[in-house]
Design a protein around this ligand. Sequence first.
Ligand code: SAH
Length: 222
Amino acid sequence: MGTHGIGMTSARTHARMVERLREQGIRDEVVLSAMLAVPRHRFVDEALAIRAYDDVPLPIGHGQTISQPWVVARMTELARNGRELDGVLEIGTGCGYQTAVLSRLAKRVWTVERIGALVAKARRNLQALKCGNVALKHGDGSADLGEELSVDAIVVTAGATHVPTALLRHLKPGGRMVMPLSQPDEGERGVQHLTVIEAAPGGMREQRFDAVRFVPLLPGLA
Ligand code: SAH
C-alpha cells in the first residue's frame, strides 16, 4: 500500500484531526481550512503514514521532526492574527509541512532550512502538492539572511533561548514574529513558550502564550 493510497482512512482521520484542533481551542477558520487542505501523510515516510493524523510530532530523518498539528495550527493562528498575509518567512522548513499550510493563507512564503537534505525533501513534497508560491533557501535563519525581504509574519519553528534579532528587520510595521522562546530557567530543559514579538509603533512588544517543546535552533549549515 503506497503512501498516497491510504485513501478513505486518511480522509476520515484527517477530518477528525481538524475537529480535535477546534476542540483544543483553534478558532481561526482560515487556519482550520488550511489544516484540512494539506495532507500531512504526504510529508512523512510510508511506514509512519498511518500515524500522520495523530496529534504528535513524527521523525523525518536527520534527527528532526515534523511538528505536531496543534502546534502548527496555533503558530499559524498567532502569526495571522486574523489578517490577510502578503508575505511570510518561515525559519526551519523541515519536510515542508507548515510551509504548505502557510502557502494556503499567504500570497508568498519564503522558507529557510539549515540541513541541505531536508531542503531537497521539502522541495519534492511542495512540488508534488503544487505549492507554487514558496521559495526555499538552504541557509541559517539564526543569522543575517543576506536578503532584502519584508514580510507580515515570521514563523520560527525551532526553539531558542534568544530572539534572533537579525530577522526583525524583515518585519513590516505591525508585523509579528512567532517563535518558541525559552526563559533562562527553561532553556536547559528544552522547553519553551510560544512567543509573539510584534513590531509595534513604540518598539518591539513581546507576549507569551502556550508551553511547547521544539528541536533547537542551531547555527551554521549542515
Ligand atoms: N516547520 C517544520 C518543523 C521542522 S523541525 C514542520 O512543519 O514540521 C525544525 C527545523 O528547523 C529542523 O528541520 C531544523 O533543521 C531547522 N533548523 C534548526 N536551526 C535552524 C536554523 N538556524 N536555520 C534554519 N533552519 C533551522
